[in-house]
Ligand binder design. Structure first.
Ligand code: C2E
Ligand code: MG
Ligand code: MG
Ligand code: MG
Length: 287
């Protein structure tokens, strides 16, 4: 009986594995087509100064207008894009589209806000990466300091040497660099100290339970103090409540990003976005 059950289970797993394989093959083909038919687009989520509510920069977030399944978030396709290497051409598309958005701002606004773009590990491994980014910036006439590249802490730790030399090259081009999802990887202080980043983003998992978790409060305080000692700006991700925001502001966290301020916005709305009024008013009253 056990044997039979075991066999059934085995065939069950084989079937789901097979289904998964088929699914990802289909997804791979669809991703290729998506790139070809321009089904990707970017949303831009504002990052806010916690001291005065101004919009200091945006994070570009990839979306896929899928023909049958509506708008897809990266969670449903990034992994396949990474496994198949398709994230490399998709990634260049993202950088170009972010630069297009910066150019739109340069043409229409006096207050141009930098745009941060997420990178995948496969992009770091590309020998030509820095050179290609440089040529995109030159071709679209974008001042490099308006582009920021986000690298997750875990990506960084996968190959510190590789990351280090690439980050240095990108910094030399004038591009800003930030560490994403900090607190979920295992970097050491000495490693962080060596890397020429401009800012560090505290992972959403530390912000989520700030109201009730003393440990998370202490973590955020410690990270903020440490990062300020390294002369980097601290960004908190995933701020959803006023209490979270107030705690982070009190702690001295520089910038915040989250649904409390704004969801990721289409380019046209992002262009109009002017900051978080509530924080600005509050500051004026207390000043
Ligand atoms: P991330 O870089 O940490 O981006 C922040 C994610 O948190 C975004 O999800 C954003 O919509 C979400 N978020 C922002 N504020 C809040 C909040 O207050 N509450 C909650 N619950 N979520 C919030 P999204 O757009 O689904 O992206 C997920 C991840 O996919 C990103 O995490 C990033 O790692 C990756 N990703 C996004 N765009 C790209 C891209 O162009 N290239 C690559 N390689 N990865 C990307
Ligand atoms: Mg990010
Ligand atoms: Mg993040
Ligand atoms: Mg995250």
């Amino acid at each position: 009986n056990a044997k039979r059950a075991g066999k059934n289970q085995l065939s069950f797993y084989n079937k789901t594995m097979q289904q998964k394989a088929l699914h990802s093959m289909k997804l791979e083909e669809e991703l290729r087509q998506a790139l070809h038919h321009q089904e990707f687009f970017l949303m831009f989520q504002p990052i806010i100064s916690l001291s005065n509510g101004s919009n200091v920069k945006f994070e570009a977030l990839l979306r896929w207008q899928h023909s049958g399944r509506g708008v897809l978030n990266p969670g449903s396709f990034i992994e396949t894009a990474e496994l198949t290497g398709l994230i490399v051409p998709i990634g260049y598309w993202v950088i170009e589209a972010a630069c297009e958005f910066i150019r739109q701002q340069l043409q229409s606004s006096t207050n141009v806000r930098p745009v941060a773009v997420n990178l995948s590990i496969c992009q770091l491994r590309e020998r030509a990466f820095a050179g290609k980014v440089e040529s995109i910036l030159t071709r679209l006439q974008i001042p490099p300091h308006l582009l920021e590249l986000e690298i997750t802490e875990s990506m960084l730790m996968e190959n510190v040497e590789l990351a280090m030399s690439l980050i240095q090259r990108l910094k030399q081009l004038g591009i800003r660099m930030s560490i994403d999802d900090f607190g979920t990887g295992y970097s050491s202080l000495s490693q962080l100290r060596q890397l020429p980043f401009n800012s560090l983003k505290i992972d959403r998992s530390f912000v989520m339970d700030l109201e009730t978790s003393l440990v998370d409060q202490q973590m955020v305080e410690a990270i903020t103090a440490m990062v300020h000692k390294l002369n980097l700006k601290v960004v908190a991700e995933g701020i959803e409540t006023k209490q979270q925001m107030l705690f982070l502001k009190k702690t001295g966290c520089d910038y915040g990003q989250g649904f409390l301020f704004a969801r990721p916005l289409p380019a046209s709305e992002a262009l109009q976005y002017r900051g978080h009024a509530a924080l600005a008013e509050k500051d004026q009253r207390s000043a």
